[in-house]
Every structure is written in C-alpha cells, then in structure tokens.
Design a protein around this ligand. Sequence first.
Ligand SMILES: *Cc1c(COP(=O)(O)O)cnc(C)c1O
Length: 413
Amino acid sequence: MPFSENVMMLAAEAEAALAQNFAAIDRMAYENTCRVMEAFKEERVSDACFAGTTGYGYDDRGREVLDRVWARVFDTEAALVRHNFVNGTHALSTALFGLLRPNDTLLAVTGKPYDTLDGVIGIDGANGDGSLADFGVKYDAIEMRDGTIDNDAVCQRVREDESVRVVFIQRSKGYQNRRTLTPEEITATYNAVHAVRDNVYVVVDNCYGEFTCTAEPKADLLVGSLIKNPGGGMALTGGYLAGSERAVTLASYRLTTVGTGGEVGATLGQNRNMFLGLFYAPHTTAAALKTAHLAAYVFEKMGFLAEPKWSESRADIIQTVVTHSADTLCAFCRGIQAGSPVDAYVEPQPWAMPGYSDEVIMAAGAFVQGASVELSADGPIRPPYTVFFQGGLTYESGKYGVLTAADYVSKMN
Ligand SMILES: *Cc1c(COP(=O)(O)O)cnc(C)c1O
C-alpha cells in the first residue's frame, strides 16, 4: 500500500461520494465520443489520412479531412487544425491579427485576457514590437458582473461603438479568481451581440474547456491548444481554430499567407497523432474531470478550500486549492511531481520566472513538454498560496498523483 491509511480512507470515501458525479461524466464522455465517431465516419477517415506530406504540403488529404472532422465535432462551418501552431497563444494571436484592422477595437468582455496575450495586444500601448496596438488596433475590457458576462454593457458598447470588431471571451478562469463560463452562457452572449450588429466577430479562448460539456459554445472563432483537452494527450504540439468560413479563412491567412491560407503546410506525419488525440479527447478530458473532483474532495476533507467544490459540475478542467502556506504549496507540487509518470524522481523548487513578480513552483511530469492535459500543478509563492492544477491522462494515474500530493501534505507536520 503506497499511501498512508488516512489518505487511502479519504480516497475510498471520495469515490463513494462521487459515484453520481462520475456516472454523469461517463455519460457525457460517451455522448462526446459518439459525436467524434460520427464525424470520423461522415468524413471518411481512413489510413490514407495518416500519411504526411512534405514541402508545400499540397493536397494533404489528412489535413483536409482533419479540418472537416473538427468542424463537425465543434459544430462550426470550418476549422484549421495545425501542428504549426506552437501553442494556444500563437493560435489566439493568429486569430486576432487575422480579424482586426487598423482603428478596430478589440473588446474583451471577461476582463483582461490571459497574461500571455499582453504582448500580442500591446496592453501597455504601442511600443514598436509589432503588437496589435502598433498597428492601430484599440483595446478595451469590460469586467464580468456577478460571475458572468455583463451582456447589457457589452451590447450597449457594440451598438454605440462601430469600431468594435472583435468581442473576446475567455471561457476558463485561467489564473484568475472567477467562475469558468459554461457553453450556454457564451452562446447567449454570441446571440446577443449578433442581434445588435452582424459585422462583429465573437472570438472565444476555449482553452481547457473542450469536451467538459456535451457541446461547445457558439462563436465566430473558437481557439485552443492541442496540448490541452482536444489533443487527448496524443498530439505532440499544435492548436486549432474553428468557426465561420470567413473567420477561419482570414485567420488562416495570418498563419501562412494571404491567398494560400490553410491550403498549404506540410503535416510531416503529425496527422495521425491529431486524429488519435481527437478520438481520445472526450475520454481523456473525462479522466481529468474525475481527477479534479477527487482532489477537491480529498483536500476539502483535509481542511483546505477547493474551487470548484468537490460536488460541483465543471466547464473546464482547472482545480484550485488554497494551501495557506508556502510549505504546503511546495509539498503539494512535490507530491504531484512524485506521482507523475515522467521525472517522478525530481523535486520541484520555487524559481523566479521571467515576467512574474513572485517566485513560482511548478510540477509537470509529462510525456509532452508542458502538456497541461497531463497531470500538472503550479502556484505563485504568495498569499493565499493557491495551487492551480489540472489534468491526468487516465483517472487511475491522476488518482495516484492526487493521493501522492495528499500524502506529502499530510506528512508535513
Ligand atoms: C493555456 C491557455 C492559453 C494559451 O496558453 P499557451 O501556453 O500559449 O498554450 C490561453 N488562455 C487560457 C485561458 C489558457 O488556459
């Protein structure tokens, strides 16, 4: 028995208490898997799709079929799924540069977007680095109200300000202290905005949200990373855009060139991983959700504040635990690391990460560097010492990681 008796008892108690939640997650994963299977069949996924092209990558059957499969699964007109997106930020940047023109306004309606977009937008103004601000694109943000999007304020702004071209929604809480939005809430904002004016693009940062519900939000462009949920732990790198034909085309012109868009780009043998990843994604995301529920239960019973609460249903895979001390935060992350399949022998240390004002501790023992659909945890060393964690490729390995963390924390004193 690898864990202390107390931790084993908590785990058994958690699984009994969570039986209904886990059953609901299984039903959802089944529904999402059906959607994926049907899309594979409709678009005739076959062995020939897995062969990669080189050079220009003309007539890459796998690339074309993957885009169409993705569009079906995400219920959009079109999609662009590429290993060439180096991360989610790159996919988001490509989307914004593709849609926005000088004197347009980017209106963020879930507060300030994810930190890595600061430089892309030019949050601090034009500085000559080639940000959106340097090209004369204006930026403004509307804060959320009562935990959701302030649709009245958003619609009023869109009505009164013709320059608003992109309404930007971040689905997941990211590293903020707020609720994660459900697909229904985002779709409601999409409908409200388009009822006011049609020459606006609603762009959704969908990171961490994919396959946590039975449908994705409606948007002109959904954007995400393949080393999170929709890559299923199989994609080695990449990102996606899914949305209207026009929006996807405009964004594709930024990834490659105006005119060629998504019709070129060698896939270098990566198609198979991306198909396989999409196939696994509903199941892998379900495993991450169950792992998050289990962790919330165990740590709440150990006296910590967990968000979301153990019994709450989720719209992303992020779980936070307020640890109240630097030592506990470090013990938690060291436990997650020790309970990972890769680099389990390594002991994470807090370090001064460029761009952060406080030291940060991170645990990541992943098969794909930085893949946060795999069990991973991090937190800034500052009160209230909140750890953000997510992932678990399988529930069994996620459980092993969470219980190792619980063991490390309970053995501190
Ligand atoms: C992960 C993430 C991104 C993109 O981050 P990358 O590290 O560039 O992939 C953007 N927004 C949110 C909310 C995210 O969770």
